[in-house]
Ligand binder design. Structure first.
Ligand SMILES: Nc1ncnc2c1ncn2[C@@H]1O[C@H](COP(=O)(O)OP(=O)(O)O)[C@@H](O)[C@H]1O
Ligand SMILES: [Mg+2]
Length: 251
């Protein structure tokens, strides 16, 4: 299989919130066993999902490095990697979560990235659905470490810049020859209706809008009171809109 839904787009457009809303919607309709992937080193998907991370993959890599002697033998290394996967998978009531995190040192995340990919390989058959929240730069995708993606959902706020970034990410994913089933645009944090000038630009960019998520005071409220997405009132506009989005996907 691979990743069912990957969420990407410019920073601050609502990627993490939308990922959490998608996961809540899938749980509400009892879609199946879900693995949430947080591919953003500044991870906060877990907070929105109300789940504690014991260890990120990046932290595990740092630990491996500290135990350098042990992992200098290839065999031990593989065994250690497999043994430690359970430390990195946070188990929630209705879903599990794996966070990439970052290494403690500055610079390259390659090791964390590679181990993250390996863990996804090892885990994917145990889940019905995998939902991945990406960082703005889509480093994870651009390092070609990503698996097949059924739906790439590009999130934009109602700005030309946001849609432009989404178009760039779509082109990047084509260049990298990542196997993607379908690419959609979602306009998020929209007040009332998107402006016609924006909709014209969306058309020009050849995007299909999968759905619109309005600015929702209930989202602002859970953010400010540090609540999880599961505490969002069921009638909340944003949740209803994301449920409509999920209906349009094969989930
Ligand atoms: N539909 C929405 N209505 C109101 N606020 C939102 C909505 N979606 C996201 N936000 C807020 O916008 C900010 C950025 O959202 P976030 O999901 O973290 O974006 P990203 O992951 O793209 O950086 C957060 O404070 C979040 O609470
Ligand atoms: Mg985010």
């Amino acid at each position: 299989m691979g990743i069912n839904i990957a969420v990407a787009g410019k920073g601050g457009t609502g990627k993490t919130t939308t990922s959490a809303l998608l996961i809540r919607s899938m749980i509400d309709k009892k879609a199946g066993k879900i693995l949430a992937l947080d591919a953003d080193p500044n991870s906060n998907l877990n907070e929105l999902l109300g789940i504690k991370i014991n260890m990120t993959v990046g932290q595990l890599v740092e630990d491996f490095k500290k135990n350098g002697a042990v992992i200098s033998s290839g065999i031990y290394k593989d065994q250690m990697v497999e043994m430690n996967i359970h430390q990195a998978v946070a188990e929630g009531k209705d879903f599990d979560l794996l966070a990439m995190g970052r290494g403690e040192g500055p610079g390259c995340y390659c090791a964390a990235n590679n181990l993250f990919k390996k863990y996804i390989d090892m885990l994917q058959d145990s889940y019905d659905y995998i939902v991945m929240d990406n960082e703005a730069g889509m480093e994870h995708l651009s390092r070609k470490t990503t698996h097949n993606i059924r739906y790439l959902l590009l999130i934009s706020d109602p700005s030309l810049r946001g849609v432009q970034t989404a178009a760039r990410l779509r082109d990047l994913s084509k260049e990298l020859k990542i196997n993607i089933g379908k690419v959609f645009l979602i306009l998020s944090r929209v007040d009332n209706k998107p402006d016609n000038r924006l909709l014209d630009f969306v058309k020009e960019q050849d995007f299909e809008i999968l759905g619109i998520i309005n600015s929702d005071k209930n989202i602002i409220d859970i953010e400010l009171s540090d609540k999880s997405i599961f505490e969002l009132p069921p009638e909340s506009t944003s949740l209803q809109q994301v449920k409509e989005i999920v209906k349009k996907l094969e989930i």
